[in-house]
Design a protein around this ligand. Structure first.
Ligand code: M6R
Length: 614
């Protein structure tokens, strides 16, 4: 989730680009760069680190003057944060530059082909292949070259292209990554990956749609379709948002925006890593030899907080599909135990930030005991990834709300892939079974997309009724037990309501004593193999005058008869994937409760996004 800004017009471009990038810094901030055309040549300045560094470098460079340029702040997906990986990326001649937000799924194959044809690569990014592909297809017409290049690239992209042969032209293309165009005064034109970059200059915006290609020149924007045909017309919208609203894409809080981003985040985790037709998962980033993989007898997941809950879900998948015994440890406990670990145990640290002190300490201990370490992480180049043998990046984009939401579901997606990969390597699931699981998984983003607005509305109604209650109990079994824990954590951390997650079968061993009409019970009850058991638990609560808010399948009349409220959740093609669907309405419930109580949702008291101390 990077930041892109482009300008063509009559003013000096560089101050506009740097100012716009500053307004997008929340999208990515590990490196930055700008490119512009001056004296018939493309010039670039790039650096690792925050935008401030780039501003200093540009400030120190004498004599820059140009009225066309592209800028980028990066949130790394392929290749560590470093100057060579910062955008804009150039072709071999340096005459074409590209900025990109998204993921090119087939970049590795394209890169190998281009290298074999003599192209020289200078970065580890997926983006650089686009610059070389355009170079390969360029025969005088840059638009045709961009279109031909993008016929070959699979994946998601918002891109900006600058060519020295057309010094008053910017090209913008969008496929599954946002890109907005701005119409300025006196014929100047802008492009950006998000609205805040443009607000000081114009409020007249065109929202590009998938497959749109735009040519920006002083005086006008021409739009067409990537796949051919005539011109495309998109209406101009005048936005009235203030800068703070625009940063959150109109959502009231980052947390809510991130909840709504989950379909995309889950899809991004899977991009380029599954071949559904043959039931294959492709994870070269694991970094283990086949001997090491066949020697693995046990897996230990290591994490804190929400990431630990993702590990708890993964345990079920690993045991069921790959038939590998799995442990899930809280990193803060793991690091002080007398561990029995060696090269036959795979350690999997799970961390959004990649900087959590306890998880990092646990990783180092496991590694020193000879355990191979493959991490699941969202932040490219973070300490945990640097110290792991391999990393499966979640590609969820920056998560700003302290409460983890899209990082959680994308961790589930990465763990789903890893579990299935092990099942594939060990032959514990047939090709057909794996294909069916991948198909079912690929349906999840669309289901989330369709259901989130409805769940959101329902959560607001529930919050109206329950926001002043002081205690909640969350119950689940099997795969839904970690989801109950996660639901309770979400509620307590942002609304400051006491909430406990419990394995439903444990209720009668203690917590049942607490049940009365003042402690609502949130029960996660899909129709899976423990459905009947969960129904009995719900009955037990009801018969003690407890109030049950149940999350269950659409049309489940049995559940509707015994619960006070039922939030309907569609049945996934494969019930093993229920955690993806049940986690999200519980996030929304916590969010609406916190809003109703007037809490600071994005920055809850006493909490930090990244816990880098013990
Ligand atoms: O960055 P990490 O995933 O390692 O962070 C772990 C926990 O600190 C984090 O999940 C925390 O529990 C969140 N605030 C939960 O929403």
């Amino acid at each position: 989730m990077c930041g892109i800004v482009g300008y063509v017009g009559y003013r000096e471009a560089l101050p506009i680009l740097l100012d716009g990038l500053g307004r997008l810094e929340y999208r990515g901030y590990d490196s930055a760069g700008v490119a512009w055309i001056q004296d018939g040549a493309i010039r670039r300045l790039r650096c690792e680190g925050k935008l401030q560094r780039l501003k200093e470098i540009v400030g120190a460079a004498a004599g820059i003057t140009s009225s066309v340029g592209l800028g980028h702040t990066r949130w790394a997906t392929h290749g560590e944060p470093a100057e060579r990986n910062a955008h804009p990326h150039a072709d071999c001649t340096g005459g074409i530059v590209v900025v990109h937000n998204g993921i090119i799924e087939n970049y590795y194959t394209l890169r190998e082909e281009l290298k074999a044809e003599g192209h020289i690569f200078r970065s580890e990014t997926d983006t650089e292949v686009l610059a070389h592909l355009i170079e390969k297809h360029l025969a005088g017409d840059i638009i045709l070259a961009v279109k031909a290049a993008l016929q070959e690239a699979k994946g998601a992209y918002a891109i900006g292209v600058l060519w020295k042969g057309a010094p008053d032209t910017l090209i913008a293309v969008r496929k599954q990554s946002p890109l907005v165009l701005g119409l300025g005064e006196n014929g100047e034109q802008f492009m950006a990956s998000d609205i805040p970059a443009l607000l000081p200059y114009t409020r007249n915006l065109i929202f590009m749609e998938d497959g749109d290609l735009a040519i920006l020149r002083p005086g006008g924007i021409e739009m067409s379709s990537l796949t051919g045909g005539g011109p495309v017309t998109r209406s101009v919208h005048t936005v009235t948002w203030d800068a703070a609203m625009a940063e959150k894409a109109g959502f009231r809080h980052f947390m809510l925006k991130e909840i709504y981003e989950q379909p995309q985040a889950v899809m991004n985790t899977a991009r380029g890593r599954v071949v559904p037709e043959v039931g294959e998962v492709v994870l070269p980033e694991i970094g283990l030899s086949s001997d090491e993989v066949s020697g693995i007898r046990r897996v230990t997941f290591l994490a804190c907080g929400t990431s630990w809950h993702a590990g708890l879900v993964a345990r079920y998948w690993f045991e069921k599909w790959a038939r590998i015994p799995a442990d899930v440890d809280l990193a803060s406990e793991f690091r002080y135990r007398s561990l029995v670990l060696d090269s036959s145990v795979l350690t999997v640290p799970i961390s959004q930030s990649g900087e959590t002190a306890d998880t990092l300490a646990g990783l180092r201990i496991a590694r020193d005991l000879g355990s191979p370490v493959v991490s699941i992480c969202n932040v490219v180049g973070s300490t945990i990834t640097r110290e792991s043998r391999g990393t499966i990046y979640t590609h969820a984009g920056p998560e700003i709300g302290v409460a983890s939401t899209k990082a959680f579901t994308s961790q589930l997606a990465a763990l789903f892939l890893l579990a299935l990969w092990f099942a594939q390597e060990r032959g514990t699931l047939s090709r057909e079974e794996r294909s069916a699981k991948i198909d079912a998984f690929l349906q999840i983003p669309a289901v989330l997309e369709a259901e989130i607005p409805r769940w959101h509305e329902g959560a607001a109604e529930l919050a109206d009724v329950y926001y002043s209650y002081k205690d909640f109990l969350y119950l689940g079994r099997d795969l839904q037990y970690p989801i109950a824990l996660e639901g309770a954590l979400k509620l307590k951390e942002i609304s400051y309501i006491h909430a406990e997650g419990y394995a439903a079968g444990e209720m009668k061993h203690g917590p049942i004593a607490l049940i009365d009409r003042y402690m609502p019970v949130v029960a996660v009850v899909p129709r899976d193999h423990v459905y009947e058991k969960m129904l009995s638990n719900v009955e037990e609560v009801r018969s003690r005058r407890g109030v049950v808010i149940a999350y269950g399948e659409e049309g489940d009349e049995g559940l509707a008869r015994i619960a006070r409220h039922v939030v309907a959740v569609p049945r996934p093609q494969d019930p093993d994937l229920n955690p993806f669907l049940y986690a999200v309405p519980l996030q929304l419930l916590a969010y609406e409760m916190a809003v109703a109580r007037g809490c600071d949702v994005d920055q809850p008291r006493n909490l930090a996004k990244s816990v880098t101390v013990e």
